[in-house]
Design a protein. Structure first.
Length: 153
């Protein structure tokens, strides 16, 4: 199980919990105070539900919520195979990567971001991008180069 307290509080979240059971089923819930909720119904994600052939990492949730004047809370989670030793997240076009919290084949990240444009009703800030590394430190996945998320063929 992973439990992460968010760096800022939004109207809906102040933390996130991801749990994995012995059948490799995942559940993710946002927390607010002593209550939890899931935007997915049912809130359980089966381990191989999102896997594509040859993929070592998948992410099943990414949320952006207003969290005070000019800032947003960004939460995300996913899962990975045993060949992944480290999962990081970068934001927008900035190359700096930040660690995620990892346990039991699942990972979670939470950050406070400011939009690239003046605050408005919709988030226009940098998107999170997932990176995965093997035990030798070699990058084996970079979401910024994944054709599923880019216009490249």
């Amino acid at each position: 199980m992973i439990a992460v307290r968010t760096p800022v509080v939004s109207d809906n979240s102040d933390g996130v919990v991801v749990a994995v059971d012995s059948a490799d089923q995942y559940v993710q819930c946002a927390s607010k105070g002593d209550k939890g909720s899931s935007q997915d119904s049912p809130p359980t994600f089966i381990n191989n539900r999102l896997w594509g052939t040859g993929r070592s990492i998948e992410y099943f949730d990414s949320n952006r919520e207003p969290a005070g004047k000019g800032q947003y809370l960004v939460l995300g989670a996913g899962h990975y195979t045993t060949d992944v030793a480290k999962v990081t997240v970068s934001y927008g076009k900035k190359p700096k990567e930040y660690p995620t919290v990892m346990a039991g084949g699942a990972f979670v990240y939470a950050a406070t971001l400011r939009p690239d444009t003046p605050p408005g009703p919709h988030y226009a800030g940098p998107s999170p991008y997932i990176h995965a590394y093997d035990a030798s430190g070699k990058e084996i996945y970079d979401q910024t180069k994944d054709p599923q998320f880019t216009s490249e063929p």
